[in-house]
Design a protein around this ligand. Structure first.
Ligand code: IPM
Ligand code: MG
Length: 348
């Protein structure tokens, strides 16, 4: 049966890189149909809201969602509920995609693009399992005035045990399919939310005797990630820490333009997006690296569409294109978005 893919390209470089991913998917001649909808600043411009109801409806109806990026400085002054970023947060909530998988793996030939020494960069092969529906992102937030008349902003960090348990299971299952090592990252020395996180992760570990569990404070994890990223296999962490550590992991690989992600619900339905943002500074110039978007399409094939072999082909083609020396500016080259995608298609 034809599978429906919702294409939400969004803002900035979102349309360029999503287009490249579409070309790669088309080349595979799978039984897929695509339907586009507006999201982010583009949707605000066209419909007065960053996440129109029709976009949510399409995302819910689709078998999987291919997402570009949202964010547009023109709208930074709007009240928060109408800013482009609310589209991605709203979709994550509406679709209950609580499990965000962010693999970071070195590409042979790309070691010199990494911020790390080549021999350290070459060893990176980890996945960050980031909780995506809770934490300080979705806790009570606002502005108020203190008794002394000062303006105050607040964002509540919170998790309940069920939220921690379900992401812990994903963490353990992910580690079990890899090298069997799970590192839970928190800040339990200071935060009560983190202490609950740690307690629940330890409880869940009883179900996975084959996985070795360790714990690390997030500050130390940030340090170890650049000291010796090869030491990590699977990291499970909360929404905020996962956001930060995954950007950091991308520079260990070489560029934020190389890292894909999958955001999954409890049934494996997912939204697939590069971890980079809309990069307004280079939008529309053909400079964006489409690899993260193309690799996100590969994750979509593997996790939501039962097309693991096609996913393997895409990943091999990206690796071959990179090995062949084709590089966009973020990787130190001069190739355009289209040329990079062409190289992937040629390798396919
Ligand atoms: C990401 C992004 C988003 C996040 C933004 C755009 C809201 O940084 O997917 O990592 O913070 O989750
Ligand atoms: Mg981020």
């Amino acid at each position: 049966m034809t599978k429906l893919i919702a294409v939400l390209a969004g803002d900035g470089i979102g349309p360029e890189v999503t287009n490249a991913a579409r070309r790669v998917l088309d080349a595979l001649r799978l039984d897929l149909s695509f339907e586009e909808a507006a999201v982010g600043g583009a949707a605000y411009r066209a419909h007065g809201h960053p996440l129109p109801a029709a976009t949510v409806a399409l995302a819910q109806r689709a078998d999987a969602i291919l997402f570009g990026a949202v964010g547009d400085p023109a709208f930074d002054g709007l009240e928060r509920s109408h800013r482009p970023e609310q589209a991605i947060l709203g979709l994550r909530k509406a679709l209950a995609t609580f499990a965000n998988l962010r693999p970071a793996k070195g590409f042979p030939g790309l070691e010199d693009a990494s911020s790390l020494k080549p021999e350290i960069a070459g060893a990176i092969d980890l996945v960050i399992v980031r909780e995506l529906n809770g934490d300080v992102y979705f806790g009570d937030k606002g502005r108020r005035t203190t008794d002394a008349g000062r303006r105050e902003g607040y964002d509540l960090m919170r998790y309940d045990e069920d939220e921690v348990r379900r992401i812990a299971h994903v963490g353990f299952q992910t580690a079990a399919k890899r090298r069997g090592r799970l590192c839970s990252v928190d800040k339990a020395n200071v935060l009560e939310t983190s202490q609950l996180w740690r307690d629940v992760v330890v409880e869940v570990s009883a179900d996975y005797p084959a996985v070795t569990l360790t714990h690390m404070y997030v500050d130390n994890a940030a340090m170890q990630l650049v000291r010796d990223p090869g030491a990590f296999d699977t990291i499970v962490t909360g929404n905020l820490f996962g956001d930060i550590l995954s950007d950091q992991a991308s520079m260990c690989v070489g560029s934020i333009g190389m890292l894909p992600s999958a955001s999954l619900d409890a049934n494996g339905k997912g939204m697939y997006e590069p971890i980079h943002g809309s990069a307004p500074d280079i939008a529309g110039q053909g400079k964006a690296n489409p690899c993260a978007a193309i690799l996100s399409a590969a994750m979509m094939l593997r996790h939501s569409l039962g097309e693991a072999a096609a996913a393997d082909r895409i990943e091999a083609a990206v690796a071959a294109a990179v090995r062949g020396g084709v590089r966009t500016p973020d990787l130190g080259g001069t190739a355009t978005t289209v040329e990079m995608a062409d190289a992937v298609l040629a390798a396919l």
